[in-house]
Design a protein around this ligand. Structure first.
Ligand code: CA
Length: 227
């Protein structure tokens, strides 16, 4: 299920560049050159992510941000600011933005920020499918072949984190940081412990999805096709 991104950017070259880059990353992308067009698009269809330029003709990115936030609590919003002014940052966060990026920026940086936003609860309503596993974040449930997999809160968070990052090995430090918030007071072995609980439950179910250990690095969820 591809995530939908709305880009609001008045410079055509920049808009085209962002569209091409994000489409290559697997997103479904719409662009609007100004606020009214953006509002029309957002009224028509739900988006998962909005990327808003602050400096626009007509409505500013802040105003669009405020409007979008009122419509949709769960939308992830990233602002593109032209200046590194603290002012803009504060204004952006006040307007309900989740993150901001100062122009000029490298596309890889934008892509990384969007991946980080995906990892957060901001896109909490999404369902993640990996092989036969259906992970419903809003319902906090996991099913495979119609059967519910009973997971603890931590096991669920761990599975979700691995499920939205199936293309790579997720390092232990990132798991610690993302689930326990801080690495300060948690024994790194805790991760291995929870991986082992979760692995047992996956192995006991009908799914082909399993967790692979990358020695010294971290863990990756893979879903080999059923033979
Ligand atoms: Ca602009």
């Amino acid at each position: 299920m591809a995530l939908r991104v709305l880009i609001v950017e008045d410079e055509p070259e920049m808009a085209a560049l962002l569209r091409r880059g994000l489409e290559a990353e697997g997103y479904v992308v719409d662009t609007a050159p100004e606020g009214v067009h953006a509002m029309t698009l957002a009224n028509d269809r739900p988006y998962d992510i909005a990327v808003l330029d602050v400096m626009l003709p007509g409505m500013s990115g802040f105003e669009i941000c405020r409007w979008l936030r009122r419509q949709d609590e769960a939308l992830a919003i990233l602002l593109l600011t032209a200046r590194d002014a603290v002012d803009d940052r504060v204004k952006g966060l006040d307007a309900g933005a989740d993150d901001y990026l100062t122009k000029p920026f490298e596309f890889v940086e934008l892509a990384a920020r969007l991946r980080a936003l995906r990892r957060r609860d901001a896109i909490g309503g999404a369902r993640v499918d990996v092989g036969t596993l259906q992970i419903d974040v809003a319902q906090h449930s996991v099913r495979t072949d119609g059967r519910e997999l009973r997971l603890s809160r931590t096991e669920f968070d761990l599975l979700r984190l691995l499920a939205i990052n199936t293309e790579r090995v997720v390092p232990r430090s990132e798991i610690l940081d993302s689930i326990w918030g801080s690495t300060a007071h948690v024994d790194p072995n805790t991760v291995d412990q929870y991986v082992s609980y979760l692995r047992k439950k996956l192995d006991a179910s009908s799914t082909t999805a399993r967790i692979v250990t990358s020695r010294g690095v971290g863990f990756q969820l893979i879903a080999p096709p059923r033979i």
